[in-house]
Design a protein around this ligand. Structure first.
Ligand code: LLP
Length: 421
């Protein structure tokens, strides 16, 4: 459930009418709902309520400092994958002891910044990374808390670009080698082993792969404890999918996912961390765009929007579906017609949807892309010299710009001329 509903025939974000925001900030823009972010975060809290736990929002899905502060104030931890994200989490007011540092290629510089600034744990993904972290920690006179990410060789049954838990993927160490890697970690004086980490992929719509992976993690916990390691924390990653198409069968709920966690690892006495991104932010955001032209081709009708693939890349990159709805509610009984919905960028890949039925729309009308809060703004670029679009946060009847649209001068002046030109 989200808080983007039609009221009196106009799409609202909570109590704010979308056209009001469009008039204030121009189009295109992203808009997030505080109530939806809060609701989704709390669903995970409730799903794990009987276990000691920390829900660490995966910042990569939606990294605006205002969004992070909103979740941080609700008690969220944050899962970061770069020093940039680490510093943003800090800027949002999240303490280091609630920040988990994931990612397959952390540099020594990134390790140093996080160790100096405070960190809950590093999720280490390889032996070379583990040795580097040991050296950096020792050089600072510190011990780095670590979990080692194991690759359980489980098929997440999701899009190949976002599946991470098969043995051919670049992530983690093979679970079959975990004992020897943990033995080495325990012998390194700059490291403190605190737990095990696993993440098998994103947009999972079936609980079975989670169950399989977490069962393997539970077995590994027992084995490693028998080897003398103090495994007290399990980071179970993110990945629970969201309904992108309202017409489709809904993916499992956080409560069902929580039941899998309790069933598989609940009796180990470990603190459980999870790293959901998409399920918290995805349906908490819309991208709003205006129709520039309706162009009738020989075979089809094109809806040319002022948003493009550089603003929301998921359709071009993954063939992803986003529901697209008119901001003014169609009258009952109006016949939808098929449109190819495209942006102005100069390549055919700049297509949001083909032959998508929409109620008739015309020049100047506003449309909203649903489920755009996750992997939307964070993946945007300035391709075709199109400035990054603004982000807006709504809270009840208030709204605020949380990232302004850069002016053309700001964008151009980021380039600098060498002395010989
Ligand atoms: N933890 C780790 C280690 C991850 O790699 C990811 C996502 C998450 C947590 C959060 O997963 P979520 O709960 O959001 O599924 N750009 C792609 C998605 C990439 C996901 C990468 N890792 C997309 O637009 O679908």
């Amino acid at each position: 459930m989200d808080h983007f509903l039609y009221r009196d025939g106009i799409l609202h974000a909570e109590d704010v009418a979308i056209p009001e925001i469009a008039a204030a900030v121009g189009t295109p823009f992203y808009v997030y709902s505080t109530a939806t972010l809060t609701r989704h975060f709390r669903l995970f809290q409730e799903a794990l309520d009987e276990l000691p736990h920390l829900v660490c929002f995966a910042m990569k899905s939606c990294g605006n400092v205002a969004v992070i502060r909103t979740l941080g104030q609700l008690g969220a931890g944050i899962d970061v994958v770069s020093v940039g994200e680490y510093l943003k989490a800090k800027a949002a007011g999240v303490q280091g002891d609630r920040i988990v540092f994931s990612g397959v290629g952390k540099t020594r510089h990134e390790m140093r910044v996080a160790l100096e600034g405070g960190i809950r744990q590093f999720n280490v993904e390889s032996e070379p990374e583990m040795r580097a972290l040991n050296a950096v920690a020792l050089s600072l006179g510190l011990r780095a808390p670590i979990a080692i990410r194991v690759n359980p060789d489980v098929d997440a049954k999701t899009h190949e670009k976002i599946a991470t838990g098969k043995k051919e993927n670049k992530f983690g160490i093979p679970i079959s080698r975990a004992r020897e890697v943990y033995a080495e970690a325990a012998a390194l004086p700059g490291l403190e082993v605190v737990g095990i980490d696993v993440h098998i992929g994103s947009q999972l719509t079936d609980l079975a792969p989670f169950e399989e992976a977490y069962t393997k993690v539970a077995e590994l916990t027992r084995t490693l404890r028998a080897d003398g390691h103090d495994i007290r924390r399990l980071d179970l990653g993110g990945g629970l999918g969201i309904p992108y198409e309202r017409s489709n069968v809904a993916p499992p709920l956080p409560l069902d996912y929580g039941a899998v966690i309790k069933r598989t690892v609940g009796d180990l006495g470990c603190e459980v961390e999870i790293e959901p991104g998409r399920l918290i932010s995805g349906n908490a955001g819309l991208m709003v765009s205006q129709v520039i032209y309706v162009k009738s081709g020989e075979e089809r009708e094109f809806l040319i929007l002022d948003a493009a693939m550089n603003d929301l890349v998921r359709p071009s990159m993954y063939g992803a579906h986003h529901d697209i709805v008119p901001v003014i509610e169609p009258q009952p009984g109006v016949e939808p017609r098929p449109y190819d919905i495209v942006g102005p960028v100069c390549e055919t890949g700049d297509t949001f949807a083909k032959q998508r039925p929409l109620p008739p729309v015309g020049e100047g009308d506003l449309v909203a892309f649903r489920s755009a809060g996750a992997y939307g703004a964070v993946m945007a670029s300035e391709y075709n010299a199109r400035p990054l679009i603004p982000e807006v946060l709504v809270n009840g009847d208030q709204f605020a710009v949380i990232r302004a649209r850069p002016s053309y001068d700001e964008m151009i002046n980021r380039d600098t001329l060498p002395p010989w030109l």
